[in-house]
Design a protein around this ligand. Structure first.
Ligand SMILES: Nc1ncnc2c1ncn2[C@@H]1O[C@H](COP(=O)(O)OP(=O)(O)OP(=O)(O)O)[C@@H](O)[C@H]1O
Ligand SMILES: [Mg+2]
Length: 380
């Protein structure tokens, strides 16, 4: 047992490490399997109009101080051709959810321990990502799922020319392409992301470009193989606001052009309002509310969503001090057994000290996990 003061004895810590090694070793063995028959990770989409379905996803980190439940029972769909915005404070599990889909979690500590992630491969075929071994994931990344990271400089290699780096992505996934057609396609991609002087940029090094241009190159690399889903994890936070608007515009146009879906991760509600068709609000590793962008912005239901809305500055509205949600996110190693938001909530009702609230459907598309709406649940 952990001592009440929150510190662990050396003996306890050793026991946890030993136990973690045992658990993660078993997971790693599964990941490293070779020549796994396809049947083992084939599955069916619940709805063929979705490109990705997350169902009851649990992703944990087995650390020496205990198990951190970074994502704890997350379910949502990403429909084909739509943008799903995932919002929430820092540390609520947004990146871990997307890294679970890519299987790029920090391993061996980070593991998907339960739940499903179904990826639509087209033609009625779907893969269960949680069961796909490493060698299959390598083929899916870039080809079917790709990711745009926050800081473009870290995604590009400083010692190679831009053209070579985009070429490499194309060559890796299309071995039969001739050198000439790879070059042509790279130039075409650079033009598509709005780089005017594409022949010139082809020969440049990353440091010769501005931040906005670099992010355009990263987007070109992400789009190189027409992925079915693009994960954009805070793609514009490292850029200034005018460039941010341009990049958002670009992403919107491109999504329609190639008909893929975007999972857009940010803590900026303004960006979500501009980009998302569907909004998923996460808090402490769980989804507290989801709905269409209109439902979430016009009728936010969960006190956390309402708090997030209130903490957003509004042009023309004069306030002495910007609202901030009191308190902080609970420790993911030691979550309470009641609603995770209760200790910070200013709108609590009697039932709130009960177990974690279930999902209440407010409309076909709008769902919230909060006791304040339980009268509607009982009426179902
Ligand atoms: N490698 C790791 N080892 C242990 N815990 C981790 C690791 N990576 C993430 N976590 C934990 O998982 C939780 C969720 O982290 P995540 O990175 O998904 O947050 P986020 O919502 O993306 O936040 P941000 O807005 O800051 O990017 C955090 O509590 C974090 O401490
Ligand atoms: Mg993150």
């Amino acid at each position: 047992m952990a001592r009440n003061d929150g510190y662990l004895s050396a003996r306890e810590s050793r026991r946890i490490s030993r136990e973690n090694r045992r658990v993660t070793k078993a997971f790693e063995k599964q990941h490293k399997r070779k020549n796994v028959p396809e049947e083992e990770y084939l599955t069916q989409m619940k709805d063929p109009n979705n490109s990705v379905e997350f169902e009851n996803l649990h992703t944990y980190f087995f650390t020496d101080v205990g198990t951190s439940k970074a994502v704890d029972g997350v379910s949502f769909d990403v429909p084909i051709g739509k943008t799903v915005g995932v919002v929430g404070e820092s540390g609520c599990g947004k990146s871990v959810t997307s890294l679970s889909l890519m299987q790029l979690l920090q391993r061996p500590q980070g593991q998907i321990v339960e739940g499903s992630i179904r990826l639509n491969m087209g033609d009625g075929k779907a893969y269960e990502i949680t069961k796909a071994p490493n060698e299959v994931m390598q083929k899916l990344r870039g080809n079917y799922i790709s990711m745009i990271f926050q800081e473009p400089m870290t995604a590009l290699n400083p010692v190679f020319r831009i053209g070579e780096q985009v070429n490499e992505v194309l060559q890796l996934h299309n071995e039969e392409m001739s050198e000439e057609s790879v070059r042509e396609r790279t130039i075409e991609l650079l033009e598509m992301v709005g780089i005017a002087n594409s022949e010139g940029v082809y020969k440049m090094f990353p440091h010769e470009l501005s931040g906005g241009m670099r992010q355009r190159v990263v987007i070109a690399m992400a789009l190189a193989c027409n992925p079915r889903i693009i994960i954009a994890d805070e793609p514009t936070t490292a850029l200034d606001v005018t460039i941010q608007a341009q990049i958002l515009d670009l992403l919107r146009q491109l999504k329609d052009k190639i008909n893929s879906s975007i999972m857009f991760i940010t803590h900026d509600l303004g960006v979500i309002a501009e980009m998302a068709d569907i909004v998923v609000v996460m808090y402490a590793g769980r989804i507290v509310e989801k709905g269409t962008a209109e439902e979430i912005f016009k009728h936010p239901a969960h006190p956390y969503t309402i708090g997030l809305m209130n903490s957003k500055p509004i042009v023309g509205k004069k306030v002495d001090k910007l609202y901030s949600i009191p308190g902080k996110v609970p420790n993911p190693i030691n979550m309470p057994d009641y609603c995770y938001f209760k200790d910070r909530c200013e709108l609590c009702v009697d039932k709130c000290s009960g177990e974690y609230p279930g999902v209440v459907k407010l409309s076909d598309t709008h769902e919230v996990s909060c006791y304040r709406y339980y009268d509607r649940k009982e009426g179902e």
